[in-house]
Design a protein around this ligand. Structure first.
Ligand SMILES: [Zn+2]
Length: 385
């Protein structure tokens, strides 16, 4: 079984590289961008803090082979060394099937869900001191504090009551409504991963500039801010080089990172209308992903990072909310996916941010401006205070 999962996992690591719009060759790998005209320039006024590593040291690459098998032989016993306090368990265990939201609320001393609308869509709210969650019958898109959060399964009406799948209760509602606000730092170690690099340019903006340069600049700005806030910061790359996905994970492993944040920009070309922010975390085992981009989405797969399902969501919520607020961008939601190779093997809370659509003229204009990338960096840094 482990061997089987390991083969799948290693295959996925080799095949996957993140971004939406990046075209793929026949082997499923990313092909180099065709119009990369982004010239690497030092960020204005940017002085790399001393904790920045100029590039991943060679030893990181040497440990990769030793690290990978360990993930797979031991991941079921993955130890959490940096998680927040575990949630108080509900009075009754939530079964992995559709569960009465009313009963769950009573079990956890919450007010019963309130029906908000009955037509054309039926919606319910459920709230705690942490905030309000709105659920829609027949839709996997819920909102938390007004922000889009994607569920694994659609809530259903059964005998006039709203029922929610047990995994959505355990993996989404419970961490949002019941768990205390997590403390992610500072004085901890973060690995920031600027997407793509070298021959892997990522997607391309509407006027032909490669994603890889914008992600690196965002990462440098963020690294500088976090470093000033007391974080120990490492970047998976600090120049225009291509780093394999497994080595990006290995950087976090080598530095015993407490958090991992991968930075990307999106594309929906040739559709130029789509815009907005998406924040991704790994799909919990047993749940379908929000999207698959054509990759196999095996619900039963369990990855090392699944040990951090709750922290991943809390981190995603924190960062997504701050980015939406700072940018005014359209909210495309907190999503779950299994095809993002940099997340699967992480033994720490990890998210991947798609900071806007380079295929949208209006959004590309903003992303191509330094002050806007500074805003994005400040949003993430402030969210981690
Ligand atoms: Zn990307």
């Amino acid at each position: 079984m482990f061997t089987f999962i390991r083969i799948i996992f290693l295959g996925v690591l080799v095949l996957l590289a993140g971004c939406a719009g990046a075209p793929r060759d026949n082997s499923g790998g990313l092909i180099a961008e065709q119009n990369a005209q982004f010239v690497e320039r030092p960020t204005e006024g940017f002085t790399p803090p001393s904790v920045f590593q100029t590039s991943p040291p060679k030893t990181i690459f040497q440990i990769t082979n030793a690290v990978l098998p360990t993930w797979h032989t031991n991941f079921s016993a993955a130890t959490k060394t940096n998680s927040s306090a575990p949630a108080k368990p509900p009075h009754r265990p939530v079964p992995p099937t559709f569960t009465s939201l009313n009963n769950w609320a009573v079990d956890n001393q919450l007010n019963p869900p309130q029906r908000l609308t009955g037509s054309p869509v039926v919606t319910y709210s459920i709230s705690s001191r942490n905030g309000i969650c709105v659920l829609e019958i027949g839709s996997r898109e819920a909102t938390w504090r007004g922000m889009s959060v994607h569920l694994g399964f659609t809530p259903e009406m059964i005998d006039g009551q709203i029922f929610v799948h047990g995994l959505d209760i355990i993996k989404t509602l419970s961490p949002l409504l019941l768990d205390p606000s997590p403390n992610f730092g500072p004085h901890k170690t973060i690995v920031i991963d600027p997407g793509h690099g070298g021959i892997n340019g990522g997607t391309v903006s509407i006027d032909g500039r490669a994603e890889k340069g914008f992600t690196l600049d965002w990462a440098r700005r963020l690294g500088s801010l976090l470093s000033a806030n007391g974080w120990t910061v490492y970047l998976t790359r600090t120049n225009d080089t291509d780093i394999s996905l497994s080595n990006r994970v290995a950087v976090a492993e080598a530095h015993h990172a407490d958090l991992f944040v991968s930075l990307h920009f999106n594309s929906s070309a040739p559709d130029h209308r789509q815009s907005g922010l998406e924040t991704y975390c790994l799909t919990p085992t047993g749940m379908p992903s929000t999207l698959t981009r054509g990759y196999t989405d095996s619900w039963t797969d369990a990855y090392p990072n699944n040990a951090y399902d709750l922290e991943n969501l809390q981190l995603a919520v924190r960062l997504h909310a701050a980015l939406l607020s700072a940018s005014g961008a359209e909210d495309r939601g907190i999503r779950r996916a299994r095809f993002m190779g940099v997340l699967l093997g992480q033994r720490r809370p990890a998210v991947l941010i798609e900071g806007g659509y380079l295929s949208n003229a209006r959004e590309a204009d903003k992303i191509e401006s330094g002050p806007y990338r500074q805003q994005l960096a400040e949003a993430v840094a402030n969210a981690l205070r």
